[in-house]
Design a protein. Structure first.
Length: 133
């Protein structure tokens, strides 16, 4: 996680504190806590969104009165990175078009890098002769 950009000190501290509470520190947990830590509101409500005892997400937390349009995007991406979660009948709310049209987009990209490190080591597109004009 050394090359990952955090939004602020609170974001960084949140990620490492929550990873310490978990049995696993794999790419699923890293990406989940990284994304959930972007917003102060999601940090304050992590116990409503993640069950540490059973090591699983809590989709019912999506309906808390504390949720805003921004925190919903944070939770949707975090849940999707965790296990591909999308809410039945609301799959369109989990699309890049819906999620990335906000100020959190640069941090969302960092979460994707954490979840898929094998594909995001070097984000420079490979040169392909068949794609040249």
């Amino acid at each position: 996680m050394a090359k990952i950009q955090f939004r602020n000190k609170e974001h960084r501290d949140f990620v490492f504190e929550n990873l310490e509470k978990c049995r696993h520190k794999d790419c699923y947990h890293q990406a989940f806590f990284y994304v959930m830590g972007i917003s102060e509101e999601t940090r304050m409500n992590i116990g409503k969104m993640f069950d540490f005892k059973n090591d699983c997400i809590v989709p019912e937390g999506m309906y808390g009165g504390w949720q805003t349009s921004g925190t919903v995007k944070v939770c949707h991406l975090a849940f999707n990175l965790w296990n591909g979660f999308t809410e039945e009948g609301k799959e369109n709310l989990f699309t890049p078009d819906e999620l990335f049209c906000c100020g959190y987009a640069p941090y969302f990209m960092e979460g994707i890098k954490l979840r898929y490190p094998e594909y995001c080591r070097d984000l420079t597109p490979p040169k392909r002769k068949d794609m040249e004009r």
